[in-house]
Design a protein around this ligand. Structure first.
Ligand SMILES: [Zn+2]
Length: 266
C-alpha cells in the first residue's frame, strides 16, 4: 500500500497533546485557528474569481490564468485538466466552502469540527438533498449549485483536493513551511496571526501538519501542488505589493460574520 512506509515510521497512537485542549487529542486550538484562516482565504479567492467569470464559455476548460490565480485549483490532479469547466470550478468552490464551514464549527460542536472527506461528503449530500426538496427556496444551496457539485463529482472531483490545498497552503505559510522562510509578507501575516491567537494555549501539536493530515484521512506526505505558474514567483508578489492576499487582508476583520466574501475590485 502506498504511504505505508512513511506512516509506519511514526507511532500514531502516541499522545502528542501538551495543552489538554486539543479536539480529539490532536487538533490544537492554534492549529484550528490557522486552518480556519487559510480555509477562509482559499474560499475568498474562489468566490472572488468566480464572480469575475460570468462570461466564460460553459463547455470550455478554464483558462490558465484562472487556474494560476486560485491556489485551491493547483491541487486538482492534471489528469482532470480537460474536465475543469466553469461548472466543475463552481462545484469545487462549494466543496471548499463546506470544508471551511465544518472547520469553523466550535471545538466540541455536536456535529464535529473535523472536515474529513467523509464529513464533507455527508454535509454535501445533506445540503444537496435540502436544496432539491426546497425547490430553490430558503436553502443553503440553489438547484444550480447542486448541478455544479454534481458536475465536479462526476468529473472525478474529490473532497481530498480541497483538503490537500488547505493543509499544504497552511503549512507553507507557517514557520514549518519554505514560503515562510522565503517571503517577508508571509512572516508579517504570521505575526498578525500570533497576535490573534495570543490567548490560546500553546501545544506541541500547533505545527504538526503530518498529524493533521493523518487524522483528516490524508497520506502523511503532501500530494501536490500539481500546477506551477510563473506568477507563483514570490519575489514578484512581494515587490508589487498587490497580490490577492494583500487585498484579502484588507477585507478580513472579525467584526461582521458572514460578510467577508466581497467581490474584489479590479
Ligand atoms: Zn493540545
Amino acid at each position: 500500500m502506498p504511504g505505508t512506509d512513511q506512516a509506519s515510521a511514526r507511532d500514531w497512537s502516541r499522545k502528542t497533546c501538551t495543552c489538554d485542549s486539543c479536539v480529539d487529542g490532536w487538533l490544537s486550538p492554534r492549529m484550528k485557528e490557522r486552518l480556519e484562516g487559510e480555509g477562509d482565504f482559499l474560499r475568498y479567492v474562489s468566490i472572488s474569481l468566480l464572480s469575475d467569470l460570468g462570461g466564460l464559455p460553459e463547455d470550455e476548460v478554464l483558462p490558465d490564468w484562472v487556474i494560476a490565480e486560485d491556489p485551491s485549483l493547483h491541487f486538482i490532479p492534471m489528469e482532470l485538466h480537460t474536465k475543469m469547466s466553469p461548472a466543475f470550478y463552481r462545484g469545487y468552490a462549494v466543496v471548499v466552502d463546506v470544508m471551511v464551514q465544518i472547520l469553523q464549527r466550535p471545538a466540541g460542536a455536536a456535529a464535529g469540527c473535523v472536515p474529513t472527506p467523509t464529513a464533507i461528503e455527508a454535509r454535501l449530500r445533506e445540503l444537496c438533498t435540502a436544496a432539491r426538496k426546497s425547490g430553490g427556496k430558503a436553502a443553503a444551496l440553489t438547484p444550480d449549485d447542486v448541478e455544479d457539485v454534481e458536475a465536479f463529482l462526476h468529473a472525478g472531483g474529490e473532497a481530498e483536493f480541497a483538503l490537500e490545498a488547505l493543509t499544504d497552503r497552511a503549512m507553507e505559510k507557517s514557520p514549518a513551511g519554505s514560503e515562510f522562510l522565503r517571503r517577508p509578507a508571509i512572516r508579517v501575516q504570521e505575526e498578525e496571526l500570533a497576535g490573534e491567537v495570543g490567548e490560546l494555549p500553546v501545544c506541541a501539536n500547533d505545527l504538526d501538519f503530518e498529524l493533521v493530515r493523518k487524522r483528516l484521512g490524508l497520506p502523511p506526505h503532501f500530494i501536490g501542488p500539481h500546477w506551477f505558474f510563473l506568477t507563483d514567483s514570490e519575489s514578484e508578489d512581494d515587490i508589487d505589493g498587490d497580490d490577492s492576499e494583500d487585498v484579502y487582508a484588507g477585507q478580513r476583520g472579525r467584526g461582521g460574520e458572514g460578510a467577508v466574501m466581497k467581490r474584489r475590485d479590479r
